[in-house]
Design a protein around this ligand. Structure first.
Ligand code: CTP
Ligand code: MG
Length: 180
């Protein structure tokens, strides 16, 4: 049933969805690249900071633990056996999401896009690719059980829609400088 797939996919991806949003709120200060450039362009840019990265990863990790603690009651309410996050899964999803976002900034700078410029496609899926790859790497058994091909398909289709919606919202309330 599609409903079960969507609920499971969203639950399993929440620790990967939240780090970028937390970074927007908690970010700032020292950029990871220290202002350094490569071939005349910033390596990452001022939009990727140590503080944003650390609070983003910590937020995603803590969210996974929080979801574990309410797993049984939520599973009972929605009538779906929701996945429990292993420690590796929690770390992999949160860290991978931030790494994917940082990787995207690296590619944006190499292609001449300034901080904040949009890169349609990459902007919406960078953190998904990072989260799934790192989770598969550090929590392979967990990943193989939870992220079946149909779940991955739902994630790849739904995430860009969620991402666009939350960023437009963050822009609307003045948290983000651009609506992407
Ligand atoms: N942020 C951060 N550290 C991160 C990711 C995000 O501090 N690792 C904060 C920054 O304040 C950033 C904001 O969240 O400006 C929005 O994130 P994002 O849209 O990913 O960055 P941009 O400023 O748009 O820069 P880029 O073009 O490199 O994506
Ligand atoms: Mg941006």
């Amino acid at each position: 049933m599609v409903g079960v797939l969507v609920i499971t996919a969203v639950w399993a991806m929440l620790p990967a969805y939240i780090p970028n949003n937390i970074a927007v709120v908690g970010g700032g200060s020292r950029p990871i690249d220290g202002g350094r450039t490569w071939a005349g362009r910033r390596i990452l840019g001022d939009g990727k900071t140590w503080r944003g990265t650390v609070v983003g990863i910590a937020g995603g990790f803590l969210l996974a633990l929080g979801l574990n603690s309410i797993n049984e009651s939520v599973s009972a309410v929605v009538g779906v056996k929701l996945p429990v996050f292993s420690l590796g899964a929690a770390i992999g999803l949160a860290t991978g999401a931030m790494a994917g976002d940082i990787g995207a900034s690296f590619l944006k700078r190499r292609s001449g896009r300034e901080r904040g410029a949009s890169f349609p496609g990459l902007d919406q899926l960078d953190f998904v690719i990072g989260a799934l790859c790192l989770a598969a790497l550090v929590a392979s058994d967990w990943f193989a059980t939870v992220f079946t091909l149909d779940i991955i398909a739902v994630v790849v289709v739904l995430t860009p829609l969620f991402h666009v919606a939350t960023n437009v919202l963050a822009y609307g309330v003045g948290l983000k400088a651009e609506p992407w």
